[in-house]
Design a binder for this molecule. Structure first.
Ligand SMILES: Nc1nc2c(c(=O)[nH]1)N[C@H]1C(S)=C(S)[C@@H](COP(=O)(O)O)O[C@H]1N2
Ligand SMILES: [Mo]
Length: 259
């Protein structure tokens, strides 16, 4: 039997509190029920937490976050639908967010644009926008939640992503899909979320072509995930079994990022 290290007083408490704050609700509930201690955290994360060593604490917190990914993946119900709203509830104007100001949103030329496909996909022929517009389209009014403390309801239209993945012969037993964007952003998602019925390869916003600042020519919209998991200006999609991380995820945001 391994003996957990004794929680180190006030500093130990602070670390536990920090760990709790980086955990989304389901994992937090689980840990609260079990009475989380610093020693317990060390055991669960497989890390030897020394109060004096900041990098080891960060490593432990990262491990907790990856553990949390597993907890969220286990709790994710592929058939449970996120809330939808009525037209009268739309947020206008819709807020802009990116890691730069709005004036710097990338200008992608729609005529020469080709969506590139990579990794575990049978037909990697790049897609022109006109071909994507020709696929069956659907619309949804859902809420976008940003971890920076705002949420907004929008109406997005496009192709059901599960249908698109089927069409291109994506290996849906693979673990991840990574998205590279025109502005240098990237993020990646789990396959069950990719296949969720509300995950939308989004080409329009509020009945119009997706505006430049909101992701032209294409974004992926997932009402089951937080804002930073919804990539705008997608240029390349890669189906892979190698963990791809993401722009914010690599800086400590939780990878699964469910809402
Ligand atoms: N390419 C790209 N996609 C991105 C981002 C970004 O900076 N670049 N920011 C993310 C974050 S944190 C949020 S909240 C939403 C904002 O989308 P909006 O401008 O449509 O509100 O885009 C997400 N997708
Ligand atoms: Mo965000």
């Amino acid at each position: 039997m391994i003996q957990p290290k004794k929680p180190a007083g006030r500093e130990g408490e602070l670390i536990v509190r920090e760990a709790l704050s980086v955990m989304p609700a389901p994992a937090r509930r689980l840990f609260m029920q079990r009475g989380l201690t610093l020693g317990g955290l060390a055991l669960l994360s497989g890390c030897d937490i020394r109060i004096s060593s900041q990098p080891s604490i960060e490593r432990a917190l990262k491990a907790v976050s990856r553990m949390n990914d597993a907890a969220q993946a286990a709790l994710f119900d592929p058939n449970r639908l996120a809330a939808t709203y009525s037209e009268s509830e739309l947020t206008r104007p819709f807020p802009f967010n990116a890691f730069y100001p709005m004036s710097q949103a990338p200008k992608v030329d729609g005529d020469s644009y080709r969506l590139k496909l990579a990794g575990l996909i049978q037909n990697k022929t790049p897609w022109a926008l006109t071909d994507l517009y020709a696929l069956p389209q659907t619309q949804q009014i859902t809420r976008h939640i940003c971890v920076e403390g705002w949420s907004a309801i929008g109406r997005w239209g496009g192709v059901r992503y599960a249908d698109f993945l089927k069409q291109i012969g994506a290996d849906t037993t693979a673990k991840y899909i990574n998205f590279e964007c025109a502005d240098g952003y990237h993020t990646s998602i789990d396959m069950p979320t990719a296949l969720h019925p509300q995950t939308l390869l989004t080409l329009s916003y509020d009945g119009f072509l997706l505006p430049r600042e909101f992701g032209f020519p294409m974004k992926l919209r997932m009402p089951t995930k937080l804002g930073y998991k919804n990539p705008k200006h997608i240029m390349v999609m890669t189906v892979t079994n190698t963990y791809p991380g993401g722009y914010w995820e690599d800086q400590g945001y939780n990878w699964f990022g469910g809402s």
